[in-house]
Design a protein around this ligand. Structure first.
Ligand code: ZN
Length: 304
């Protein structure tokens, strides 16, 4: 993705930029040589080794790297490495292929206090941008930033399976990974005029396979920090239709939360059916800001 302006800068400014760019190249090369000589990296650059330095967060095109569910960030630590040793599970809501597997995803699964569909297709903007595409793109952007900070990132799905996984399996993946934080990404499908984001926290549910007693408090902390950072990074307001302006909601009807044994929240990043929210959700630059807010919220939770 390129965010470059279509208008060329004035000539003098362009000259200055050239000098700066040249300086950056020299400094960057020096740093790379130092990195090489300090024992990192065996093979030639680009041969599967982590890059010695990465450009700033923007500029990623959101395409998937190698690997999918279960791909981890081993060997990738950022300049700060503040999340080194931490496991973050990202759950991109729905699946772009769910629409072709109506029967399979309609299967009922046990969510503790109820039975519910395995998975759903999700919503879309009025122009047809699917929630499942949005959640995958945002997840990949967040993964890059989290890995740069040293975290191991596990996906519940990477668009590479025919459907699902079911909501109970989505929770199980976070549990099995012993996630320090788990986050399910979504965008809402409410009426036009309903705007803004909200974070969904697990209610206390103790029923059948569900027992959220130990995760209610830490999940609330995760959710509060996430809401604060998401708001600051995107400039989006908390939902004007859920949560009374707090950007926080509590639910007991989501299998992905009921069955979690690790701190977990959902985020509904905006309302795809509102034209103004849709304009943001379909903008890659906005999604990059959202990924940064998510990363900062998780980092806040894991380091304080
Ligand atoms: Zn959703």
């Amino acid at each position: 993705m390129s965010n470059g302006s279509t208008l060329p800068p004035p000539r003098r400014l362009r000259g200055t930029l050239l000098v700066i760019a040249a300086a950056v190249v020299v400094v960057g090369l020096g740093g790379w040589l130092f990195w090489r000589s300090s024992g990192h990296g065996g093979g030639p650059p680009g041969a599967g080794q982590p890059a010695p330095s990465r450009p700033a967060a923007n500029g990623t095109d959101g395409t998937a790297g190698p690997g999918g569910a279960g791909h981890d960030g081993a060997g990738k630590s950022g300049p700060h490495g503040s999340l080194k040793g931490k496991v973050v599970v990202i759950d991109p809501g729905h699946n772009p292929h769910n629409r072709d597997h109506g029967q399979e995803i309609a299967r009922q699964v046990d969510i503790g206090n109820d039975r519910k569909e395995c998975d759903t297709t999700g919503t879309s903007t009025n122009d047809g941008y699917a929630e499942a595409s949005f959640t995958l793109d945002l997840a990949r952007r967040a993964r890059t930033l989290l890995q740069d900070a040293g975290a191991k990132v596990v996906f519940t799905q990477n668009g590479d399976r025919p459907y699902g996984p079911c909501v109970d399996e989505r929770a199980a993946i976070g549990n099995k990974a012993h996630a320090d934080a788990a986050l399910s990404l979504h965008a809402d499908g409410s009426g036009a005029g309903n705007r803004g984001f909200h974070v969904i926290l697990p209610a206390r549910v103790t029923d059948g396979p569900a027992d959220t007693a130990s995760i209610v408090a830490p999940s609330k902390q995760l959710g509060k920090r996430l809401a604060g950072r998401f708001r600051a990074a995107t400039g989006s307001a908390p939902s004007n239709y859920i949560g009374q302006g707090t950007g926080l909601d509590v639910r007991s009807d989501l299998g992905g939360l009921n069955l979690s044994t690790v701190p977990k929240v959902f985020i509904e990043c905006g309302n795809m059916r509102d034209p103004k929210d849709a304009a943001q959700l379909t903008d890659p630059r906005w999604r990059q800001k959202a990924a940064r807010g998510i990363t900062e919220g998780i980092t806040d939770f894991l380091t304080h």
